[in-house]
Write a protein that binds this ligand. Structure first.
Ligand code: NI
Length: 188
């Protein structure tokens, strides 16, 4: 297993729709193993394949849900169903999201309180995840990565100036910027 560099906002693969997985082969097994290792080392609660430069519809997650149950797994070719998303501004204390592809930054964002993800695992067995609260947020965030969306793309208008400034100051928003968990002291 290998810890892989994580690409930062601006890398084209992060901003394009990822392709369906059609080959459940050794390469896919290696990819998913590397994703777990990279996520754990970061550390992060989720990681999508485009974040390590692979445009395939796969994400991994690792999170103790709001009831304290450990949730860990991979989802391949996921489908996402959402509950309603509350209107109004996101809470700047309790609804603040981050991303390993924009390490060290956080912005408020509303998400649906409930999400259901279906798909398959590496063995092509069906997966169904019923997620609530923060775990539901993670599911939405990781799924978005597969559609070429960062949470930064979803921010309310009031945050757009700050986002633009942050990306410019960080030297992001262009191809070829990455960081390596374990070597670079950053966090999502
Ligand atoms: Ni992310």
């Amino acid at each position: 297993m290998t810890i892989r560099p994580i690409f930062i906002a601006g890398e084209p693969v992060l901003h394009a729709r990822a392709a369906e997985v059609t080959s459940f082969d050794e390469n896919l097994v290696r990819l998913v193993e590397d994703m777990y290792e990279t996520m754990d080392k970061a550390p992060g609660v989720g990681l999508a394949a485009p974040q390590i430069g692979v445009g395939l519809r796969v994400f991994v997650y690792n999170y103790d849900d709001d009831e304290g149950n450990p949730r860990r797994g991979e989802v391949i070719n996921p489908v996402l169903e959402l509950g309603p998303i509350e209107t109004g501004p996101a809470d700047e204390d309790t609804e603040v999201e981050g991303c390993l592809s924009a390490p060290g930054e956080r912005f408020p964002l509303k998400r649906a309180e409930r999400a259901v993800v279906t798909g398959v695992d590496l063995n092509q067995n069906p997966v169904r995840i019923d997620a609530e609260g923060w775990f539901a947020r993670i599911m939405q965030h990781e799924f978005d990565h597969l559609d070429g969306l960062l949470y930064l793309d979803r921010l309310d208008k009031e945050w757009h100036d700050e986002r633009k400034l942050m990306i410019r100051e960080r030297g992001w928003g262009k191809p070829g910027v990455s960081w390596l968990p374990g070597r670079d002291n950053l966090e999502g």
